[in-house]
Design a protein around this ligand. Structure first.
Ligand code: SAM
Length: 398
């Protein structure tokens, strides 16, 4: 196929999908123009006060620039950009995926594949528009073995599917405000097989909210699997990296998630989120081992806590209460609650911390942390250590 006929067919596909309402998005990559900082361009439909427009987000190394165009202008602009400036373009409709690639010294190549989006994105910025994950419309769920062909939930995965949707609902209700066109930066620490990472990305994207989502996981085989599924799903701003939470460098982060990261990995994740200025920190702790050996029961509780299981549960309570108090001290409004019914999993405690805009009551919170630690004889706790908070009261350290 010659350069022109491949491009003409691609432009005809573009006009067709814009005309019949099946357009989802368009991405331009492999930039060959003169602006070295420009990386790629993403185009999606938006509904503005003046009517429907196509929103072009120009992604530069350090910033994004958004420009909105009417349909006719947008098609003309794309005609100028695709080929001369961007060597590759992916056009996503709800019916198909069309890709054109321009190659040095060879004819342009047009390929078509199966649709990866079952419905057009919401054109609104409202977070209320973020919807649940629908099994039949989320092929990544099948790749992660949560569903079977046709969207039926796989046997034994019903609770996982409920957990995924509950999580999306919770994330949506707590999502921090960002400028309408700013991309939300989310990091999921100890993301495992990425169920919740994919769910966060997919639900935000379908709601028309731009986001960059990063999963961090110690097990390289899971990272490889998740990156493959993200590529196949054309989730261009969802990436997974191998590594230990404690060693990860984070720049700016809006939302930090760590669900069921083992033991003190939860503390490391919280500390990273605070240091990166996260507006929302969502953690669901698991296997609390650190404090139990240190815990000295207050005398009135000594008899009750002689039972191993009671002591264990109490150590969990003290650990999470300390974490919540330390988050308050660090400037967060903190809520602790059960996030799904206990019949689905025992690990259902959620700590949700939202950044406050003031540093008020810092001393009062410091005092609350120290009193709690003192009551149980706790001198060292990972999060306190990471935040440089001295748990010992004057009386203890004397
Ligand atoms: C129980 S799974 C939970 C996965 C996922 N967050 C979820 O809720 O579906 C815990 C994951 O955290 C990872 N993990 C634990 N400690 C970690 C650390 N320090 N750094 C990176 N990953 C860690 C484990 O390898 C495991 O895959």
């Amino acid at each position: 196929m010659s350069q022109n006929s491949a491009k003409e067919k691609w432009l005809a596909r573009l006009t067709e999908t814009l005309g019949d309402g099946s357009f989802v998005k368009l991405t331009l990559s492999m930039y060959r123009g003169g602006d070295t900082a420009l990386k790629n361009v993403m185009v999606r439909p938006v509904e503005l006060q003046d009517g429907p427009r196509l929103s072009f987000v120009y992604r530069y190394a350090r910033r994004d620039v958004t420009k909105n165009f009417e349909r006719g202008e947008a098609v003309e602009l794309l005609n100028d950009l695709v080929g001369p400036q961007f060597m590759r373009a992916h056009l996503f409709s709800t019916q198909w995926l069309s890709e054109i690639e321009f190659r040095e010294g060879r004819p342009a190549r047009l390929t078509e594949g199966k649709a990866v989006h079952a419905e057009p994105p919401s054109k609104s910025h409202d977070k209320e528009r973020i919807r649940s994950i629908i099994a039949e419309k989320s092929p990544w769920l099948q790749a992660l073995d949560v569903t079977l062909a046709g969207g039926k939930i796989a046997r034994g995965m019903e609770a996982k599917f409920r957990q995924i949707n509950k999580f999306v609902e919770l994330l949506t209700s707590l999502l921090p405000e960002t400028a309408a066109d700013a991309a939300l930066s989310i990091v999921d620490m100890g993301c495992g097989k990425g169920y919740l990472t994919f769910a966060a990305y997919d639900s935000l994207q379908r709601a028309g909210k731009r986001c960059n989502v990063r999963g961090i996981e110690a097990r390289p085989e899971l990272v490889e699997l998740c990156n493959r599924i993200a590529r196949e799903s054309h989730f261009d701003h969802l990436h997974f990296e191998p590594g230990d939470i404690a060693d990860m460098a984070l720049d700016h982060v809006d939302v930090l998630i760590a669900l069921h990261a083992c033991d003190t990995a939860t503390d490391d994740a919280i500390a990273k989120g605070i240091a990166a200025g996260a507006k929302l920190i969502l953690v669901s702790p698991c296997c609390h081992k650190e404090l139990r050996p240190q815990l000295v029961p207050p005398p009135p509780l000594a008899a009750a806590l002689r039972h191993g299981i009671v002591l264990e549960r109490h150590a969990e309570f003290v650990t999470d209460a300390l974490r919540a108090a330390l988050l308050e001290w660090a400037g967060y409004e903190t809520k602790v609650f059960e996030f799904i019914a206990t019949e689905h999993t025992g690990k259902n405690l959620m700590i949700a911390a939202t950044k406050r805009n003031d540093g008020a009551r810092r001393e009062i919170h410091a005092e609350q942390v120290r009193e709690l630690a003192h009551l149980y004889g706790i001198r060292n706790q990972r999060l306190a250590g990471q935040l440089g908070f001295n748990l010992a009261t004057e009386e203890q350290s004397a």
